[in-house]
Design a protein around this ligand. Sequence first.
Ligand code: GLC
Length: 753
Amino acid sequence: MANGVLTDKRSSLIDPDIEKKIDDLMAKMTIEEKVGQMNQYTSTWDVTGPMPDEGDTKDRYQKVAEGKVGSMLNILGAQATYEAQKIAVENSRLGIPLIFGYDVIHGYKTMFPIPIADASSWDMEVVKKGCAIAAKEASAAGVHWTFAPMMDIARDARWGRIMEGAGEDPFLGARVAEARVQGFQGYSLCDLDTIAATAKHFSGYGFVIAGLDYNTTELNQNTLFNTVLPPFKAAVEAGVATVMNAFNDYNGIPVTGNEFLQRDILKKDWNFDGFIVSDWNTIGEMPIHQYAKDLKDAAFKAAKAGTDMDMESRGYEYHLGDLVRSGKIEESVVNDAVRRILRVKFLLGLFDDPYKYCSEEREKANINTEEHKVISRDAAKRSIVLLKNETSLLPLSKNIPSLAVIGSLADDKDTPLGSWRGQALENSAVSLLEGIRSAVGSSSDVRFEKGYNLASGKREFTQELKFEGIDDTSGFDAATEAASKSNVVVVALGEECFQSGEGRSQTSINLKGKQLELLKKLHSVNPNIVVVLMNGRPVAEPWLYENIPSILETWHLGSEAGNAIADVLFGDYNPSGKLPVSIPRNLGQVPIYYNHNQTGRPFGYPNDADMVFWSHYTDSDKTPQYYFGHGLSYTSFKYSDLCIESPTMNMSDTINVSVRVKNTGALAGEEVIQFYINDKYSSTIRPVKELKGFQKVHFEVGEEKLITFTIDWQTLAFYGSDQEFKAEPGEFDIMIGGNSQDLLKTELELLDS
Ligand code: GLC
């Protein structure tokens, strides 16, 4: 694996035999039956959007029997999916099977780290494996298709859905996208343990203004092509079967009605052969955007723009047939959409055996197994980022005489499951306290104190959290007492699982309630503190980061969270994660990201340091608290001898750049070696740094390795104002290091030949 790119590509979605079968089937279909394939209903096994007030399940199954429904989402279980499928196959005229979709985001029942945590591993095999397990469990529960991976680049920690993607960088985002698609889809969609994947949300959703979910976006073409689209293009090249559009607009047009995005780029330029499903009711929301006159107009605009399947708006069901009969929409538009949908159903093998995923035996045998928990724990420990370990307080000894574990999050068996938790059993995660107790056994006196409160009452995916007791400090004394009497204090701080995720934007990215106040009290009686952050979005807390000697960023790590964190706390695993997103010092800096443009007045612009006319804040450092790519280890790595094969290269050349990396510490460990470029001048401005490769490599103590990356024209290329992807002759900085800041640098000139 060079440059972090997984090499095993997938076949395309076009199979001539299947295309012939589609021809034959479509020749028999009425326009109503064709429109039926483009209509998706939700069931009520899970609620992931504003529920329609349409009849109950019985009415919906009647529509299935009439051939008016092509897909259902949120219906789960071998038995339930069998019953629904039976109606479609045995009652409808042509017996076309339904395709069942569900949000299998980071696990079905065995929860893996939330996606931003998973991305922190920078280990594409680990990412892929987690998705493969999720697919195995979901397919055993009758699910054919997951609405994942989400690949929205996000730079704004106010946006709750930053937890759902791979962070701020398009190269890492693209590598994670292809790994997740390959994990879900495997080598063949027809395999029983694989499911169709979805590249979502196409596109630009992560750029909602002010991090306010469902908001409008201000996105220029340069950022669209060079930052937003690369993960989607990688997913299409990895053979993703479907794409989901988004709630936002791009360039003044809701993306569900945006021909430029859906037809010109995705279907024409990229030759995407799967189908586009709308996000929940995005067709029905076009009149609300004030882009469509009514639902019929919205259906017309969405079909014309290439939205193939309508999730929960009824726009296609009620109006598409009339639009075709009136000639407003060519039947060929409908035929193309239906062909794409039938293609995926054939590839899944649903026509050969519509009930292949409906085995109750498989469901019992394949879900939430011990083997899956072991794999989840392995992924979780590799996702942990050691932000700081100033006095080498970590790793802790398992024989430490006394250990205080403080914070309601430490005893929380539910929050680690994260948002978008599929069918995870409530309170089924291994808590941090359980993980610590299991690791030390009776060899250490572990005392727990809750210390602070966070959410009160039942947590619901769809409901606002309540924080009635959040200002209660009655737990402070007991916590402080425990801390004063312990060798080391482990404090769990962060966010509730449903403080992030869909519909969970916040104007604050600090620790909620009295967490920081308690931390300062604990620190006043015992400075030997390890903070374990458990959060869905980056948290801005300068005092914490500057005064606490050891800090782990653990995000929400899934079912085995407590065991994985204990593995790192006690050194059974040497932490190897790196940040996929910058951590701000304060909200005022947001959006903040490493791959920003230079601007005309960067740091150091005026030679007179007191002059103000340069890009800075008068009241804050403009650098992040922690940079993209940052992550420490219990050992140390030395980078030396950066060497480029030639100081110049032609367009057709491929040259190598290498660096020596040595483990100079006392423990074996893994390092993510990162390769960046900077284009010194170009026809459109390029970021000060662009990640173009990474390799996660294991080093024994004292081991030194030569790490090599390849550079060809594509490494140096970008989308210019003409939307063409090309490299321009000129000078480049070539940089390699263990994060996006501490880099060895050399130079390269790309010649015009
Ligand atoms: C939600 C989400 C989308 C999800 C879909 C189905 O609103 O935006 O990511 O896949 O609806 O649950």
